[in-house]
Design a protein around this ligand. Sequence first.
Ligand code: FAD
Length: 286
Amino acid sequence: MSEIQNFIEKAFAGRWISGSNIKDAISDSKAFNSKGIKTIINYLGESFINDYEITEAVDTYMRLIRYITENGINADISLKPSQLGMLKDKEMLKSNYSKIVAEARKAKIFVWLDMEEAHYVDTTIQLYLSELDGAGVGICIQSYLKRSEDDIRKILLKGAIIRLVKGAYSYTKNKSFNTRESVTANYSKLMGMLFSQGAEFTLGTHDVNMIKEAQALNKEYKRNVTYAMLKGINNKYMLDISKSGNKTAVYLPFGKRWIAYSYRRLKEAGHIKLILKSLMKSQKLE
Ligand SMILES: Cc1cc2nc3c(=O)[nH]c(=O)nc-3n(C[C@H](O)[C@H](O)[C@H](O)COP(=O)(O)OP(=O)(O)OC[C@H]3O[C@@H](n4cnc5c(N)ncnc54)[C@H](O)[C@@H]3O)c2cc1C
């Protein structure tokens, strides 16, 4: 790796990513767990089309499950369908997903499906529903997509556990809400649906207004809500809400393929001042 790459990885990616291997994710998890915060661990990488990459991703999740158990970590795992064979063969995808879910169930580890590009949503929901009869699986739904209201209604009826996020992928004209304001307004609406119709769910956001709105709603509904954030965006706030008795989780990616993930985080920070503020603001769990 060149020195420039090394510098960029340390300066940017290092803030959002645990490190390049499982042990880094485990030691990061221990630090968060010691503050009462659960982790959601993801192995970096997406859009795999080579068999060796797909096999390696499956093996890594199997090893991760073992490490989580052996180290007594309070962690979920979160998989991207496109790293398990979605772009190659739907049968392979299904069999890889089922294999990981079966192993995680034995270890009592919760398995999330990340949601990726808009054109993957149908396959991802079908995949999720294929294992919904057993316990311990959840799916991410994005408020930037107009279809999500319908999707939530349908899958909640089947007992889905949802992680609601705004969405990190590109807007798709007619299919998405195309401004930050409208995506946030839809987040608020979908969150209302989760409170009125769902028993257990996770709200993945750094939007303090949304978190406050949720906390107010939960005074009435008393649901099993977890507030989740990405590593390195606002650890301090997460620690504060954890201390005041809320269930919290941090999404921890690890691995060498940090570029696509870091690019999405940079794009969200959107503004150089925000990026610098986020980089300078202490993310220590003190
Ligand atoms: C636990 C979790 C899991 C996720 N899983 C998925 C998934 O499976 N699929 C998917 O598409 N997306 C996922 N996301 C990402 C999500 O869709 C958003 O892109 C991301 O959370 C930013 O949206 P926001 O809700 O924080 O709101 P925003 O309106 O984007 O941000 C709210 C505030 O947070 C701060 N902020 C947000 N991002 C940054 C940043 N990078 N740097 C500095 N400050 C920032 C800003 O101050 C901003 O004002 C996940 C997010 C979380 C927290």
